[in-house]
Design a protein around this ligand. Structure first.
Ligand SMILES: Cc1ncc(COP(=O)(O)O)c(C=O)c1O
Length: 382
């Protein structure tokens, strides 16, 4: 087995780069903790059959309608894509009830996190998020030079709503939260979401990241509906990468609370950010809700079956409304992740300070979930 590649260090000014001026905010950014690719995992582990449980993808693939649409006449890769995603925004407007002029489509919802940060933050402004957090909720504000205040989770792995209210009293420029929460899996209740919305001053934009919304509906509040009714300035993010199975196409969107917010968020993106395949694929995926709902059902059932398997070996995954489980493995998660990789399993060892014993495992196909439970049992001597 080859050694696991270490995450590269922040840019160094040594060697060929000497004498160059780097934007210090960008040069000092923490490295995004991305899941390993299958080819890297094969090369490192020597296994061909890799269980890819590190990136919260849909293990069932995507709707066959997407593949059909991509082989149709509308897919002309030699043409520039529509820079304002007219057809996709119209489809999203029908799907969400949000007016098309308040929707901005991104190259993945991650691009919208960057665009919102660029649109609302400058050097020395403040963003509030939580810890443990989705890496980009910290990285994108830091890239602008903003300060990031992180509110820790509660002991039972929930949102500290009172702590968030206290942080919001200082009137930060933006609040970034995911619900369902990556990495934890828990979600805001209607009451908590309304409390947080109420605590946002008129000068704070609430960016609610609902990348995992479809796995949780209808058991959790629909952030688009609740925040629109609240009247506060907000952006809700949704993704096609998770329940719709289009992670490789890169498409997500921002539903903004008014056209002016959408205009400025759109100004902060690159002009032809969403490629043609992504636009065509997302429209086809939206048209086959039945496929998405069926796989969501299967993933939810598998997630709970996997939870039972992990609980049986003494692990305690946090409650999850998403397509992943997060648990303390009681030992260095990075080392354990390498052992799992030797068995051909990719997981995400959490790297935030203080949480280095936590693993996040995506819900895969039944045989993949059986493999991770068996491998953890072996390596943790349970
Ligand atoms: C909470 C959260 N937001 C956003 C993203 C980015 O998703 P996308 O593939 O749409 O860029 C992810 C991906 O894992 C995520 O977990």
């Amino acid at each position: 087995m080859n050694p696991l590649p270490k995450p590269s260090a922040p840019s160094s000014l040594a060697g060929a780069a000497e004498g160059l001026w780097f934007n210090p905010h960008v040069a000092a950014l923490p490295v995004y903790n991305a899941g390993l690719s299958v080819s890297a995992a094969r090369a490192i582990s020597g296994h061909q059959d890799i269980a890819r449980l590190g990136s919260n993808e849909n293990p069932h693939g995507c709707s066959p309608d997407v593949l059909r649409a991509l082989s149709g006449a509308a897919f002309e890769p030699w043409r520039y894509s529509d820079p304002v995603c007219t057809d996709l925004r119209a489809a999203l407007s029908r799907h969400t009830g949000v007016p098309a002029q308040e929707i901005v489509v991104g190259n993945g919802s991650e691009e919208m996190i960057a665009a919102v940060s660029r649109a609302f933050l400058t050097v020395d402004s403040t963003a509030v998020t939580v810890v443990r957090s989705f890496g980009l909720h910290e990285i994108e504000p830091l890239a602008i030079g903003a300060k990031v205040i992180k509110v820790p989770m509660t002991a039972d792995m929930g949102f500290d709503v009172a702590g968030l209210e206290r942080a919001l009293a200082a009137k930060p420029q933006i609040l970034l939260l995911s619900s369902p929460w990556n990495p934890v899996g828990s979600a805001l209740s209607l009451e908590d979401l309304m409390r947080i919305a109420k605590a946002c001053s008129p000068s704070t934009l609430f960016m609610l990241d609902e990348a995992y919304f479809e796995f949780a509906a209808p058991d959790v509040p629909n952030g688009i509906e609740v925040l629109r009714a609240s009247g506060i300035a907000h952006v809700v993010l949704r993704s096609f990468s998770k329940a719709y199975g289009l992670a490789g196409l890169r498409v997500g969107f921002a539903a903004c609370s008014n056209p002016e917010i959408a205009r400025v968020v759109a100004a902060a993106k690159t002009p032809f950010n969403v490629n043609l395949a992504a636009q065509i694929g997302a429209i086809a995926a939206l048209g086959d809700d039945a496929w998405m709902k069926d796989t969501v059902q299967r993933i939810r059932a598998e997630r709970e079956r996997t939870r039972a398997g992990l609980t049986a070996i003494g692990l305690k995954p946090a409650p999850s409304y998403a397509n992943h489980l997060f648990f303390d493995c009681g030992t260095d998660a990075g080392d354990l992740g390498i052992k799992l990789l030797q068995d051909g399993i990719i997981v995400k060892a959490w790297r935030e300070r203080g949480y280095e014993t936590f693993l996040r495992a995506s819900t895969g196909l039944p045989q993949e979930n059986d493999r991770i439970v068996a491998s953890l049992k072996k390596h943790l001597n349970r």
